[in-house]
Design a protein around this ligand. Structure first.
Ligand code: NAD
Ligand code: TYD
Length: 354
């Protein structure tokens, strides 16, 4: 079949990428969607079983740092659009092992950019390199009313956010230096199905189910702005198709929670859905040593994407959390496949000093 577009989605065996691929494969049958993923510890093809047999979907196992391979993929599939999500994404891991974050997030992004530039060779018509980034590049806010806007200066604090900030700069440099069409979005914390259970929400849902302690970093007073992942995927669709070249779009939920308040909502929802009496799991809350350099508050001003592209979150938080808890409780096999064996050992070692 002659496809209208051939889009490389990197890191789509991960959490957000799998939702992006699901949306694009189903919504655009005339696009060829190529999921390129190295399948690191958090890449999981079980996140995409419902689309794996679709004719317009192809999976390629590869490392974005492998420049020769990236060149070959661009040529083989005649890639004209990139949605780049592949990354090392967990702050705690970046504190333990910053090198792999620089390798994948900085050098890997550079390798993809260069493969795109060399393949497209100045013919920029209908080409786009879309880089998916994070609000963490802006640093941390105080407990006040300020929000991150698209013009907030970069001030990353963790090795993770420093590596993402660096990759954002490289992406803009490819427009400024070579004229390559790029667009960037910076999103707040996502939650929803298929998130790797080292992140707060799936980890805590699973721990409550197994009556395991819930490790709250510090006093649990840090604030995050939570967005349902399917709403992020919808925003990515809009930015990819309608975003202005070289522009940045902030994406967020206008949905700020202190960790401890959020954790209480999770406990209440899981207890309700498991049929436990109210308060059953409250005693699992365990305050532990704080994360090094723990950013106090993230909060996104997403006025620009609302005004320019008409995007808004579609789900109320209570509805999103209820759906998310239900999904994890109904998909125990998915969870057990991840949390048993090697990963369990890793997790215990990783958090041994807390
Ligand atoms: P994830 O960790 O769930 O998935 C990352 C994917 O990238 C995995 O499938 C992994 O196998 C793949 N990958 C890692 N290294 C690779 C390499 N060298 N080559 C090819 N593939 C590789 O991450 P996520 O939460 O889905 O995040 C996706 C992107 O969105 C990241 O760039 C992240 O910075 C950004 N982001 C995430 C959030 C969030 O809340 N999760 C918020 C804003 C932005
Ligand atoms: P996380 O899901 O790791 O996302 P990020 O660090 O990118 O915001 O963490 C969300 C918040 O929850 C963050 O403030 C750290 C905190 N947290 C805990 O208190 N305990 C945990 O076990 C984890 C994983 C996170």
């Amino acid at each position: 079949m002659n496809y209208k577009r051939s889009i490389l989605v990197t890191g789509a065996a991960g959490f957000i990428g799998s939702h992006v691929v699901r949306l694009f494969v189903n919504k655009y049958p005339d696009y060829h969607i190529i999921n390129l993923d190295k399948l690191t510890y958090c890449g999981n093809l079980a996140n995409l079983t419902d689309v794996e047999d679709k004719p317009n979907y192809t999976f390629v196992k590869a490392d974005i740092c492998d420049y020769e391979k990236m060149l070959a993929v661009f040529k083989t599939y005649k890639i004209d659009g990139v949605i780049h999500l592949a990354a090392e994404s967990h702050v705690d891991r970046s504190i333990k092992d910053p090198f792999v974050f620089a390798r994948t997030n900085v050098m890997g992004t550079l390798s993809l950019l260069q493969a795109a530039r060399v393949t497209w060779d100045g013919d920029w018509e209908n080409k786009l390199f879309y880089h998916v980034s994070t609000d963490e590049v802006y640093g941390a806010l105080e407990f006040d009313k300020t929000l991150f806007t698209e013009t907030t200066p970069y001030d990353p604090h963790s090795p993770y956010s420093a590596s993402k900030a660096s990759s954002d700069h490289f992406v803009r440099a490819y427009y400024d230096t070579y004229g390559m069409p790029i667009v960037i979005s910076n999103c707040s914390n996502n939650y929803g199905p298929y998130q790797f259970p080292e992140k707060l929400i799936p980890l805590f849902i699973n721990n409550i189910r197994h009556k395991k302690p819930l490790p709250v970093y510090g006093k649990g007073e840090n604030v995050r702005d939570w967005l349902y992942v399917v709403d992020h995927a919808r925003a990515i669709d809009l930015v990819f198709h309608k975003g202005k070249i070289r522009d940045t779009y902030n994406i967020g939920g206008f949905n700020e929670w202190t960790n401890i308040d959020l954790i209480k909502v999770i406990i209440k929802t899981v207890d309700e859905q498991l049929g436990n009496a109210p308060g059953t799991s409250d005693n699992l809350i365990t305050y532990v040593k704080d994360r090094a350099g723990h950013d106090l508050r993230y909060a996104i001003d997403s006025t620009k994407i609302k005004n320019e592209l008409g995007w808004e979150p579609s789900l109320q938080f209570e509805e999103g959390i209820a759906k998310t808890v239900a999904w994890y409780l109904e998909n125990q096999e998915w969870m057990d496949n991840i949390t048993s064996g090697e990963y369990e050992k890793y997790y215990e070692e990783m958090y041994a000093d807390r």
